[in-house]
Design a protein around this ligand. Sequence first.
Ligand code: PLP
Length: 404
Amino acid sequence: MDNVASPTQAVMELERAYLLQNYGRYPLVLKRGRGCWLTDLEGKRYLDLISGIGVNSLGYAHPRILRVMKEQAGQLIHSSNLYYHEYQGPLAKKLCETSGLQRTFFCNSGTEAIEGAIKMAHSHGRRIDPEKTEIVALENSFHGRTIGALSITGQPKYRKDFEPLMPGVKFVNMCDEAGLEAAITDKTAAVFLETIQGEGGIYPMPAELLRKARALTEQHNALLVFDEIQCGIGRPGTHFAYQLHEPAILPDIVTMAKPIACGLPLGAILCNEKAAASIAPGMHGTTFGGGALACRVALEFYEILEELLPQMRRVGAYFLDGLRVLQQKHSIVKDVRGFGLMIGVEIDFPCRHFVKQGMELGLLFNVTHDNVVRMLPPYIITEKEVDRALKGLSRIFKHGKPQE
Ligand SMILES: *Cc1c(COP(=O)(O)O)cnc(C)c1O
């Protein structure tokens, strides 16, 4: 054996020497992608069922996205928010028309959208009463890594090293309607929740909870914020996850980010006129947010999404049916939860080792909340690719627990 590092090891070693050691990455160096498939540095191919955590919505090298990206990169990438460019307006119009809300603010990431929404909440509350700045959020939620977003994230493991966080936040269990009722008072500025919890294990909020939150926030003049950073923008087979309910439950604010610009950083806050009134000129802003390149790509994506939604619903249902068949066959599968192309398979023991087994079989997914196999495939995934995924997952589920 010689000790010449493989190209993969060389990449890993350089990172180990120079990067902040905050990530526990898998030993995989990605080189390029096409459609739903990725190729690593060693030439091995993988079916991508996680799409950069729900970001690469149209997979890789989508011809229409590439075309506008190339054209726009040659014209104008960024111009700051000192000036206008041609793409924020049309994109905001599409988002408003499909959401039922009226105004948009563009930023760069999910956590930034949450920060903006927290600022809107505080400003809205303070206009009524200087002490009306409390926020109600849910246990098991995930809203991002900045201090404000962490403050409303109901999972101690993300918070504990960074306390003290923003005060005035109450957490409620998603099954506890009475708790929600007790938590929301005249001091509440806003209620934040993920319409479908993603990081927390693919848990949809019960319709009754959403309706109760809507009624209570109206009663106490608080804003209702749905975090659809992971579950929105087509992922559930509708434009927004709150539209899965009949009649739809409309919040005052929606935050979004991940899939909206096919891999370019872009986030957004969508809101109604009531929430928009909390922000006057000069009160909020960003240098990078809503750049011409990101917005143009998002606009093209949104047009493609219209055509894709029926296919996404069909393939999502097909995937779910296939997983339910696997659940019948493998007793380790405790639950299968899916909404369009947002899918979680709950295993009855911690199953992080499944990720490595998946990689060996050429499948990329991740495990969240210790025991939920999470799949957020690109929106373009086909039945044939789903068959491939099911075949691999069946082998993994058959293996079951790791041998100690
Ligand atoms: C990913 C995520 C965030 C944070 O987004 P970043 O872009 O990583 O800052 C917030 N909320 C939800 C529901 C998410 O899934």
